[in-house]
Design a protein around this ligand. Sequence first.
Ligand SMILES: NC(=O)c1ccc[n+]([C@@H]2O[C@H](COP(=O)([O-])OP(=O)(O)OC[C@H]3O[C@@H](n4cnc5c(N)ncnc54)[C@H](OP(=O)(O)O)[C@@H]3O)[C@@H](O)[C@H]2O)c1
Length: 345
Amino acid sequence: MTLTQVSGSYVRRMENDEQTVRALIQRSHRGPEDLTLTTGHPRPAPGPGDYLVRVGAAGVNFADVMQARGTYGGGPRAPYVAGFEGAGEIVGAGPDVARPLPPGTHVVGTGPGAFAQYMTMPAAGVLPVPSGWSDAAALGLVLNWATALAALKPLGEVRAGETVLVHAAAGGVGQAAVRLARHYGARVIATASPAKHDAVEALGADAVLDARRPDLAAEVTRLTGGVDLVLESVGRATFRASLSVARPFTGRVVVFGAASGDASLTTHDLVFTHQVQVKGLHIGALAAAAPDRYRSLLAEIEDLVARGVYPPGTPRVRPLAEGPAVLRQLAAGLTRGKHALDPWR
Ligand SMILES: NC(=O)c1ccc[n+]([C@@H]2O[C@H](COP(=O)([O-])OP(=O)(O)OC[C@H]3O[C@@H](n4cnc5c(N)ncnc54)[C@H](OP(=O)(O)O)[C@@H]3O)[C@@H](O)[C@H]2O)c1
């Protein structure tokens, strides 16, 4: 490999036709309708502490839908290169990367502009793609799995024998959460759309319910007698039920998403109706505010990979041009599992 090296930073020398990239650009906040494929977009340059990565596969997440609608807190303002999760080969590094991985290493991480042939990623947050895995198989490691693990362990304090309620259990984070909760010895009650129940049962959930049934809270309480931990990512449609099924005083409700819209909670609710522990989670905020805790989550994920608890992912990979359609399906709740885009197809 030919490298251009300047004061610790480098970028692999590339052909002229690689100075620009194919990318999906979000042009407004009207949603995935205004996400368009562009050629000739300038290739990004790695800033201090960043790797430049040739993207092999980009992960699609519900947060992409929120960013496209302009509802993601602190999200990018249009126009911007969409996507924020990618896996691929390190081809460059900015200055000030501590203990840099060698060029050519495949990594998975997050950073701006993943729906493109090249992206940058803060080096501190990446993990090497596990040996023998494809880039696509590693998607989810630092996002879906780290979020599920943070919700279950440091925040949720799950213990063997406890009962955990996982909403949107057929989704990217949900499937990871079901697997992990089972691994830690919990009994898992899950919710998902009826067409997706088979996928959740296959992961070992003890019961799967339709979150839209009107007696959801009564049914969960009938099955469990009270839930020790709720992983709440659906928001408006499930939040009341989540609060009512959590055991008073000892029950924890970890809130990390609101796919159906925002819900509200008052001090009056907490004092007189739902005496439960409500905890908020944003994995990027955790990585920024508590980097040591985040690194220990990543170390635990590497250990889960090594022990085979975390198998290679099997996302459905589609060409970059299909990104807007994938986002529309995700927004409508029509997907199951992890979805990915190949920027070179
Ligand atoms: N805080 C964090 O750091 C963090 C990190 C990653 C993800 N998240 C959140 O975790 C959740 C899951 O993310 P993901 O990327 O893995 O997505 P996902 O679960 O694959 O997709 C979202 C799922 O939510 C369910 N849903 C329920 N009501 C919905 C509605 N009104 N509209 C659309 N979907 C609805 C659908 O499943 P059913 O059809 O089965 O109901 C849908 O498939 C999202 O809320 C996301 O924002 C948060």
